[in-house]
Design a protein around this ligand. Structure first.
Ligand code: C2E
Ligand code: CA
Ligand code: CA
Ligand code: CA
Length: 277
């Protein structure tokens, strides 16, 4: 009797009971959303800093929920990773993105490499590399028109297996990028060991670029290192004129950010390509 009079008792009890049901519910909802085809891919332009034209595109997944509208990956990818649904979603993303690139190719656009984010569970799956090979074959796109992006934490999660898969992908001719380079999570220890073509400098570092050149010391040394290692350098999160100026003076190869274009539907992206033509 004493316990039930405790002001928190009822609440704590209810909370504990309802948690697994809630989690189950979210898991099922996401799986259902995927089955129902509620996921969409958005495409963000990557600007070739030499030509000033669209030189590639990064694919970003969204969930178009009937109640909530556009839901961003930070809201559902952790769930997909926990339940393993990421394997199916990831495959769909790679297939869909490669098909889209094939369509743009057929419409007469120059080669438009597509960059796809890959999470740890997907990448370390034993069928990942054969699957990529299969999709390239099926869509007929050039392996060098596919770039796979990994964060360092993905690679470091299983360094040996990562190395094996990276080498296999490289043998196929797929391009490999290190995402979020220079973010808190990245260490420089393995940079030289992994066969990576591209370094995508984290947008948090880009945020620090202001009129004052002293603010970007770290960024400038990362760029120098990337150049030394002969990696392709991509700046992400470019929004302001200052940032663009920095990217130009530091001779980045590619820039990406709201300044050049938002992630958008394939239809909108097609129009963007037409306009540039
Ligand atoms: P990320 O790969 O680092 O993607 C860049 C994020 O920055 C995207 O957020 C993009 O919309 C946003 N962004 C682009 N330009 C700018 C800019 O100028 N300023 C700012 N502030 N942000 C910009 P998004 O789409 O919400 O994706 C977040 C993260 O979710 C991605 O980070 C990536 O790690 C993950 N993700 C997105 N799509 C996929 C996917 O298809 N597969 C997997 N495995 N992960 C994905
Ligand atoms: Ca990325
Ligand atoms: Ca990134
Ligand atoms: Ca990120």
């Amino acid at each position: 009797a004493k316990i039930s009079q405790h002001p928190n008792y009822g609440f704590a009890q209810r909370d504990r009971d309802s948690w697994p049901t809630t989690r189950d519910c979210i898991d099922r909802r996401l799986a259902r959303a995927f089955e129902m085809g509620e996921f969409v891919l958005h495409y963000q332009p990557q600007i070739d800093m030499v030509t000033g034209r669209i030189g590639g595109v990064e694919v970003l997944v969204r969930w178009l929920d009937s109640e909530r509208g556009l839901v961003y990956p930070s809201q559902f990818m952790p769930v997909a990773e926990r339940t393993g649904l990421i394997i199916a979603i990831g495959r769909w993303i790679i297939q869909e993105a490669c098909r889209q690139v094939a369509v743009w190719r057929r419409e007469g656009h120059d080669s438009l490499p597509v960059a796809i984010n890959v999470s740890a569970m997907e990448f370390h799956h034993p069928h990942f590399v054969p699957f990529v090979r299969e999709v390239l074959h099926e869509t007929g796109i050039d392996p060098s028109d596919l770039e796979l992006e990994f964060t360092e934490s993905v690679l470091m999660h299983e360094p040996e297996l990562s190395m094996t898969h990276l080498q296999q992908l490289r043998d196929i001719g797929v391009r490999l990028a290190m995402d979020d380079f220079g973010s808190g999570e990245s260490s420089l220890r393995y940079l030289n060991r992994f066969p990576i073509d591209t370094l995508k400098i984290d947008k948090c570092l880009m945020e620090g670029v202001t009129a004052d050149p002293a603010t970007s010391v770290v960024l400038r040394s990362l760029v120098a290192m990337g150049k030394d290692l002969k990696r392709r350098l991509v700046a992400e999160g470019v929004e302001t004129a200052h940032q663009l100026g920095f990217v130009q003076t530091q001779l980045f190869d590619v820039a990406q950010g709201f300044r050049f274009g938002y992630p958008q539907t394939s239809e909108d992206f097609s129009r963007l390509l037409e306009k540039e033509h």
